[in-house]
Design a protein around this ligand. Structure first.
Ligand SMILES: [Fe+2]
Ligand SMILES: [Fe+2]
Length: 230
C-alpha cells in the first residue's frame, strides 16, 4: 500500500490533489486568495456585499472555473440546485486551499440548502473514487502522481463511505461529473446567466455578507480584506 504522505514534497496525496486543482485554475487567470493577494490590490467592496460582489471582486480565476462548471451542468441538463452547487463549489479555495470542500461548506452552510452544502463538501473526496454509473473515472493524473495502488487517506475514505451511503450522494456526484472538464483557458464565461440562479438558491443577508450574525460571517470578512492586521 502507498504511504499516505507519498505526494510531491512530502505532502499528502489529498493535499497534492488540491494543489493540482489550484494550478489548473491558475491557468485561467490570476487567483485572488488569502495566500496570494494583499488587500491593497483588491477592489473595494460595497457597504452591503452580495455573493455577486464576491464573484466579481474576490474570486478571481476560481470564478471562471466555477462558471465553466455551472455552464456544463446546465448544458448537461442538471437540476438548478446542482447548477448552483457547481457555481460555488471551489470558491472556498480563495479562503484556504487545503480541504477546500470543507471550507466552502462552512462558508456557505448558513445561506444554502443542506443538499448544496453536502455536495460542495463531498466533491473534494469523491473525485478519488470512480463511479461508473455516473461515467466518472478515476483521474489518470492521480495514477501518475500517486501510483496505481494508492489508497486515499482514512478521512477521505470515511468521507466517501458516508457520502456513498447517503441519499444525497447523487447531488454530490452530479457536481463531480460537471467539475473535472471545466478548465478551458480560453473560456470567458459570464456570471449574468446565473444571477437568477443565485437569487433562488442563495439567501443573501440584508446586512451584507460579512456584516450579518451568521457563523461564517467572519470568513466573508476575511475574504473582503485578507490583509487586515487583526
Ligand atoms: Fe474542488
Ligand atoms: Fe472544481
Amino acid at each position: 500500500m502507498e504511504s499516505h504522505a507519498s505526494g510531491s514534497g512530502g505532502e499528502s496525496p489529498a493535499a497534492a490533489a488540491e494543489r493540482l486543482e489550484e494550478q489548473r485554475i491558475r491557468r485561467l487567470g490570476p487567483l485572488a486568495s488569502v495566500e496570494l493577494t494583499t488587500g491593497a490590490r483588491l477592489a473595494p467592496m460595497p457597504a452591503k456585499p452580495t455573493l455577486v460582489d464576491f464573484f466579481e471582486r474576490r474570486f478571481g480565476a476560481v470564478a471562471n472555473h466555477c462558471l465553466q462548471s455551472a455552464e456544463r451542468a446546465r448544458v448537461n441538463g442538471a437540476k438548478e440546485e446542482t447548477v448552483f452547487a457547481c457555481l460555488i463549489h471551489d470558491t472556498g479555495m480563495t479562503l484556504r486551499r487545503p480541504d477546500h470542500g470543507f471550507w466552502a461548506e462552512a462558508l456557505y452552510r448558513p445561506y444554502v440548502s443542506e443538499r448544496v452544502a453536502f455536495a460542495v463538501r463531498h466533491h473534494q473526496s469523491l473525485r478519488f473514487f470512480p463511479a461508473p454509473e455516473y461515467g466518472y473515472e478515476y483521474p489518470e493524473i492521480y495514477v501518475q502522481l500517486f501510483g496505481a495502488d494508492y489508497v486515499p487517506e482514512p478521512y477521505i475514505q470515511a468521507e466517501y463511505d458516508r457520502a456513498r451511503n447517503h441519499p444525497w450522494y447523487e447531488d454530490a456526484m452530479q457536481l463531480v461529473v460537471n467539475d473535472d472538464y471545466s478548465f478551458d483557458p480560453d473560456a470567458r464565461p459570464s456570471l449574468e446567466p446565473f444571477i437568477d440562479v443565485i437569487g433562488r438558491h442563495f439567501q443573501q443577508p440584508p446586512e451584507g455578507l460579512g456584516w450579518d450574525p451568521s457563523p461564517s460571517s467572519f470568513m466573508w470578512r476575511t475574504l473582503m480584506d485578507p490583509s487586515r492586521p487583526l
